[in-house]
Design a protein around this ligand. Structure first.
Ligand SMILES: Cc1cc2nc3c(=O)[nH]c(=O)nc-3n(C[C@H](O)[C@H](O)[C@H](O)COP(=O)(O)O)c2cc1C
Length: 391
């Protein structure tokens, strides 16, 4: 793959320590439902070191051993650190899910999702809505840390700044989690109300880093290149970075990140032919992941626009790629591309994936009225957790 050398800029950051684990390159692939399955994690892993978190799985569905949940938490044999992210709103169920992972030796790292802004999640008080309820948040993290510690498995949390600018929770939640013994705290510098709009607030990440001097803090939001990652580390002092959308269609970003954190200025600049090969390989790996060609090809379609962003593909070929039915057709379509077409530069870089505009988050009734659960909210929470796995 064609690479270029940028003017040297080095940044030394020690390996990331998560309890007993040492992550040599302090870079984390953000959990992304529908994206960070075994296929995508393998593609990323082949380019660089780091920690690769699976798609979130609902605690209840996991405890019930629902087939899709078991698929989500499965790892390839060569994944040295098997990382799982749990979503849950009810302490007993979250504790049971962690216990299952630990007792059955199914994970080496467990993260809890307190950042999801999707309405079907926040409407039940989950994800980014949850840290607002201090006691509930504390009980969930305590249950998870207690169970994880029995197997010496590091437990981390990932959260947003809060519900909106008037209801910020991140510093308080970070301190609670630290006091309960989490191995690290990751902050996506947006509120729930922002969804994916605007800019991630890196100042908030710096504030959290300062507020929690005694636990690793990871920064997340709007890292699109290795240079952005270095900027975030310099501006906030974080111990590591978490990257989501920036690697959609660009698994080689992990190679750039590893180079950057090793002080090398080498960066991947793939030609169109190299991108086409990556797409085909991604599709093949998805067939392995899902065990079903049709499902895999339906899944690869959403990656097309990300892979080919900025490249000369042609207006006839793009829609065909976005509708590709099987591997054979994918091969034929990719062969029509000019494989020699060079890396397009800035057009292939920058923001990609989810964006959108701010809106009022969907919350349970009277959620913001108090930091504690009222009777109605308590019964809502203890009722069955909605399975939102893979969504
Ligand atoms: C398609 C998609 C799915 C996501 N799924 C999850 C998830 O399962 N768990 C989670 O904690 N965050 C999830 N996120 C949020 C990301 O982990 C990350 O926090 C967010 O995208 C901001 O980082 P970025 O600017 O690097 O993309 C998802 C984001 C996207 C775009």
């Amino acid at each position: 793959m064609l690479t270029t050398e940028l003017p040297a800029r080095t940044l030394s950051l020690p390996p990331l320590k998560l309890g007993p684990l040492t992550i040599d390159t302090p870079v984390v692939l953000a959990p992304m439902a529908g994206i960070t399955n075994t296929a995508f994690r393998r593609l990323c892993r082949e380019f660089g070191g780091g920690l690769y978190v699976a798609e979130m799985v609902t605690s209840r569905a996991l405890v019930e051993r629902n087939a899709e949940s078991m698929r989500i938490i499965s790892h390839d044999e060569d994944e040295k650190v098997r990382s799982v992210q749990l979503y849950g709103v009810e302490p007993v169920t979250v504790g049971a899910a962690v216990r299952m992972l630990v007792e059955e030796n199914r994970a080496d790292h467990i993260d809890l999702n307190f950042g999801c802004p999707v309405p079907k999640v926040t409407r039940r008080g989950g994800g980014s809505a949850l840290p607002w309820k201090t006691e509930l948040f504390t009980s969930i993290v305590r249950a998870a840390v207690t169970e994880a510690s029995r197997g010496n498995i590091p437990l981390t949390i990932k959260m947003r700044k809060g519900i909106d600018e008037d209801h910020l929770t991140y510093v308080e939640a970070g301190k609670i989690a630290r006091d309960l013994g989490v191995a690290a705290v990751a902050l996506h510098g947006r509120t729930a109300a922002q969804f994916y709009s605007g800019q991630a607030d890196w100042n908030a990440i710096a504030t959290l880093r300062e507020a929690l001097p005694d636990v690793p803090v990871l920064g997340n939001g709007d890292i699109w290149s290795a240079e952005d990652a270095m900027d975030m580390v310099e501006q906030t002092g974080v111990d590591g970075v978490v990257i989501g959308r920036g690697c959609q269609g660009r698994p080689w970003l992990f190679g750039d990140l590893m180079a950057a954190f090793e002080g090398s200025s080498r960066r991947y600049r793939p030609s169109l032919g190299t991108v086409a090969n990556a797409v085909y390989r991604h599709a093949e790996l998805l067939v392995e992941t899902f065990g079903e060609e049709q499902k895999a090809l339906r899944d690869i379609r959403k990656h097309m626009a990300w892979y080919f962003k900025g490249y000369v593909v042609g207006s006839e070929l793009r829609p065909k790629l976005a509708m590709v039915p099987d591997l054979a057709t994918l091969r034929e379509l990719l062969d029509e591309l000019d494989s020699e077409s060079p890396y397009p530069g800035a057009d292939a870089e920058g923001p990609r994936g989810r964006a959108g505009s701010p809106k009022r988050p969907a919350l349970p009734e009277n959620w913001l009225a108090s930091r504690e659960l009222d009777a109605q909210q308590k019964s809502m929470i203890s009722a069955a957790e909605l399975d939102v796995s893979g969504g």
